[in-house]
Design a protein around this ligand. Structure first.
Ligand code: 2AM
Ligand code: CA
Length: 258
């Protein structure tokens, strides 16, 4: 099996399901909190992706947002899946959401596909082979001052100390006004990888929000760490992330994490 084309094919297939239901009534319900929602489309996409992986890669382990862990628990490769990232945007007809599918080998990020079905953009990388957008090589921006940086900064309210993130905004707003909040962690990370956004800082994420995009950013020349400057731990259910090119990443760590 060609892993590169299989992952992209899965993300495109899920993207077709997402796009088909876009702007149509969808059944939905709350999960862990009123803000944390799942629709029938998240579940339909997940079923599509999981059935293909279970059929074609029975030796692998799987972690998927709506179902949790399944597959072979001792597999060396783990699939980490968010069938639909940006569900709130999707519900609101805001065209910023994606399907995110990553793999790790012995816990190390290996490959990732982040597919935006509305704009037909496939962000993809496998370790050691560079990152691409629709097949064209991409890289992070070379902006080197916070003053010029477009920064996405967000948090999940029930999972983080909100005051700390408000302080980050207070500190950074002395130097830039270019704050954004997109509502899909995987897709904004893909935007960091191709230089559309210069930095992204968020608390309260889950492994499936960041697994695929982490390898895409790293292969695009960017840096991805937690707020302590350490590699992101994909076993952690509550992930904080700082990412950007190495200048902006360093500047953010200096200014806010001190
Ligand atoms: P989701 O759309 O797959 O739920 C929103 O800022 C971003 O945070 C989205 O990527 C969203 O993923 C993610 N997220 C993770 N945990 C969340 C939660 N408990 N509530 C809302 N968004 C959450
Ligand atoms: Ca999701």
């Amino acid at each position: 099996m060609d892993l590169n084309s299989f992952i992209q094919d899965l993300a495109r297939g899920a993207g077709a399901i997402i796009k088909d239901k876009h702007r149509r009534a969808k059944a939905w319900r709350s999960k862990s909190s009123p803000g944390d929602i799942v629709t029938e489309v998240d579940e339909a996409c997940e079923e599509y992706i999981l059935s293909r992986i279970l059929r074609d890669c029975p030796e692998d382990c799987i972690l998927s947002e709506e179902t949790g862990s399944l597959g072979n628990p001792s597999g060396v490769r783990t699939w980490i899946i968010d069938p639909l990232d940006g569900t709130r945007n999707y519900m609101m007809d805001i065209p910023f959401f994606c399907c995110s599918i990553g793999t790790t080998l012995n816990g190390v990020p290996e490959c990732g596909a982040v597919y935006d079905p509305i704009h037909d953009e496939m962000f993809f990388a496998c370790r050691g082979a560079g990152a691409t957008l629709n097949g064209e090589k991409i890289s992070v921006s070379d902006v080197d001052t916070v003053e010029d940086a477009v920064i996405s900064l967000a948090w999940v309210k029930d999972k983080v100390d909100r005051g700390r993130f408000v302080e980050y905004i207070d500190e950074l707003s002395r130097e830039t006004s270019y704050f954004r909040r997109f509502g899909s962690a995987a897709l904004v990370m893909a935007y960091v990888a191709c230089g559309r956004v210069h930095a992204y800082l968020q608390g309260g994420l889950c492994p499936w929000d960041v697994a695929a995009a982490t390898v895409i950013i790293e292969e695009a020349g960017g840096v991805v760490t937690d707020l302590a400057g350490l590699p992101v731990d994909l076993d952690n259910p509550d992930i904080e992330i700082v990412t950007g090119n190495r200048f902006i990443h360093h500047a953010l760590m200096e200014k806010i994490v001190r």
